[in-house]
Design a protein around this ligand. Sequence first.
Ligand SMILES: Cc1cc2nc3c(=O)[nH]c(=O)nc-3n(C[C@H](O)[C@H](O)[C@H](O)COP(=O)(O)O)c2cc1C
Length: 377
Amino acid sequence: MRDPQRVAVVCPREGPGDISGRLAEVLREALEGTEPVFLTTAEEAGNYFREAQNDFREAQTAGEHPAVHFHPVLFVIALGKTGVNLEYMRLLRLLREEQTLLDGYAGGVITDGESELYTKAVSRELVFAANQAGCAFIGRPLVEGTGTLSNFFVTAQILDTDEEIAYRRSAADLVQRLFAFCSEERKPKRKILVLHASIRRTSNTLAVWDKAEEYLRDDFEIRTLSLQNGTLYDCAGCPYHTCLHFGEQGSCFYGGIMAEEVYPAVREADALVMLCANYNDALAANLTAFINRLTALFRQVRFYDKALFAVVVSGYSGGDIVAEQLIAALNMNKSFWLPPRFAILETANNAGQAMTLPGIGERIRSFAENIRRTLTE
Ligand SMILES: Cc1cc2nc3c(=O)[nH]c(=O)nc-3n(C[C@H](O)[C@H](O)[C@H](O)COP(=O)(O)O)c2cc1C
């Protein structure tokens, strides 16, 4: 049985030597009181997690009850000036090759750069790859330090301190939230909210979900809302206090279906399933508008206990980009937690084609089973 204070710290390093500078300070404070196991190369990480998977299997065979629900893993990625860390690239390859390597783990991420760019792009790519390899992620799993730390400007003001201390405190808070999440007892949940902006008659995305829903509908309360054209304005970008004011009334500047139906449905839901056709390598405009306008509700409540799932269908390619957009927006920014393998990703163009893809029935069944397991175990 693994020590409950133990945390795997996956920290790919291109050369020898310890982590230095501000990231070393951030980690020292964040990991205080824990038992970190540092894994600094992809090879080390591969060996460690393969052995862990063997341990989990043996414990399961022996009927041992795990000390924690998930095991914590903290990814720490130093990106330097260029945003390229070659050992991180090896880690990415490992995660994409070994699709069960991180089963049983839940993660958080600290990404540190010397530029204002790349930290978010690399983080969402990493979270997608690790999630596909079985790793869950807590809501708001990312603490990023950009070159100037100007991304901490608002947090520093709120905490009445400077950006560097705000960075350290955010990382310490991340590790605490990660440990709390891993040992949390979960109760069975029943309410699933499904959002889409597609046309029922022709949509491959809806067809995939309809089949998944068949496996779930007897045991869960499933509510589906259509956010088709004309139903939703995008966020007006009101000043903070205006947004807060409308949010407190359970609304938003524009009101409409968002205030009347979507906010109450999101408040009630235990899981959100986003049905996303790939439109120009992005979410359709109405789904983006939904996420933007969720800000008013987010000012009132956090979504840490709500799971995010997705069906992503592309006509040609790029499903990973759409899945990463969901991760950045709803998991990293809006605090939904990410169950292992949160998304089913398919490629189909003509109406009806998705349901004729080889192996589609089994993939949909396993996606539905994943939702069931997440909500009931
Ligand atoms: C406006 C629009 C933009 C699209 N952009 C892309 C794209 O960038 N990449 C791609 O692979 N498919 C793209 N597609 C194709 C859809 O992703 C494809 O039809 C898929 O089956 C999902 O859509 P559906 O659920 O409406 O069937 C686009 C379709 C439309 C209508």
